[in-house]
Ligand binder design. Structure first.
Ligand code: ADE
Ligand code: ZN
Length: 319
């Protein structure tokens, strides 16, 4: 496996069914089943929302700093083994605060997991706080204010959860505050929403990367902008198949067309515990099913470092 950076993964989406069960037992929380295989048998999705419903349900098992530490540690060990040298990990703070968990518990566990993983494997990792679109703009601003005491423990903000009906224009205040704080800004756009959501994320939120962005391909002017400004798109092939945001066969994915357009595309796992694999599994799937050349795979890996928020000198050391 080539050395890569992973820029689009939700740490909560790496919560494997086995860990859901272990944490439920540890915390005395009831589950519909304590059989991981049976839990996983429910992971058949028709769209983004059908996934999110199950994903949020499972997150009720995360209660303590140790739980967040175990979650982060499991991902970082698996990612390092897959060739990930740099991880920019999304986390959904609002999900946990809604479950009654203090921000200090979430930050404490995840930050300790990163420190120990870096010491053990050399992996470089940072956190990006994602706002939940379905909770609206005011909640996003309030959440960012509540996270500012931990400002040195995350490098940016993102925008995730239910896309349709929650356009980027609702989040100008929170992204403005993030910019004033010197935080990086990214947003999911063009996963289920149309190219207009991508335009809004760029023009109204000032994002530096677009997460997914597949539907940008429907708008030639937008494709030209993304190419000319080399705005990164973090594409997630196995996620697209699982959530039906791409044609059913991976062989028909738009990735080769995106590369042919000269877009700055990278490959990412999104929610690896739910969509059939980690970043190495995504690379293996596109290599075989899209018949990508070694040069194209090398370009995707190189793009992942180019698109990362690490300072240039630190990128060089990891490539
Ligand atoms: N939260 C976790 N995974 C997500 C995805 N693929 N899209 C939007 N929100 C998410
Ligand atoms: Zn995502």
């Amino acid at each position: 496996m080539l050395p890569v950076a992973e820029l689009h993964m939700h740490i909560e989406g790496s919560l494997e069914a086995e860990l859901v069960v272990a944490l439920a037992r540890r915390n005395g929380i009831d589950l519909p089943t304590f059989d991981p295989a049976e839990l996983k048998s429910r992971y058949r999705f028709t769209d983004l929302q059908s996934f999110l419903d199950i994903y949020y349900d499972n997150l009720a098992v995360l209660r303590t700093k140790e739980d967040f530490y175990d979650l982060g540690s499991a991902y970082l060990a698996r990612a390092a083994a897959a060739g990930v040298r740099r991880a920019e990990m999304f986390f959904d703070l609002q999900t946990h605060t809604q479950n009654g968990i203090a921000p200090a518990t979430v930050f404490g566990g995840l930050t300790a997991a990163i420190a120990d993983a870096t010491a053990a494997t050399g992996i470089s990792a940072d956190l990006i706080l994602c706002f939940l679109r379905h909770l609206g703009g005011d909640a996003a601003t309030e959440t960012l204010r509540s996270a500012l005491p931990f400002r040195d423990q995350f490098i940016g903000v993102g925008l995730d959860s239910s896309e349709l009906g929650f356009p980027p224009s609702l989040f100008t205040e929170s992204f403005g505050l993030a910019a004033a704080e010197g935080l990086h800004r990214v947003a999911h756009a063009g996963e289920e929403g149309g190219p207009d959501y991508v335009w809004e994320a760029l023009d109204l939120l000032g994002v530096e990367r677009i997460d997914h962005g597949n539907r940008a391909m429907e708008d030639a002017d937008l494709v030209a902008r993304l190419r000319d400004e080399q705005i990164p798109l973090t594409v997630c092939p196995l996620s697209n198949i699982a959530l039906k945001t791409a044609p059913p066969e991976l062989a028909d994915h738009l990735l080769p067309a995106m590369l042919a357009e000269g877009l700055l595309v990278s490959i990412n796992s999104d929610d690896p515990a739910y969509f059939g694999g980690y970043v190495d599994d995504n690379y293996a799937a596109i290599e075989t099913q899209l018949s990508l050349t070694p040069a194209q795979l090398g370009l995707l890996a190189e793009n992942s470092f180019t698109s990362s928020f690490l300072p240039e000198a630190e990128k060089e050391a990891l490539r």
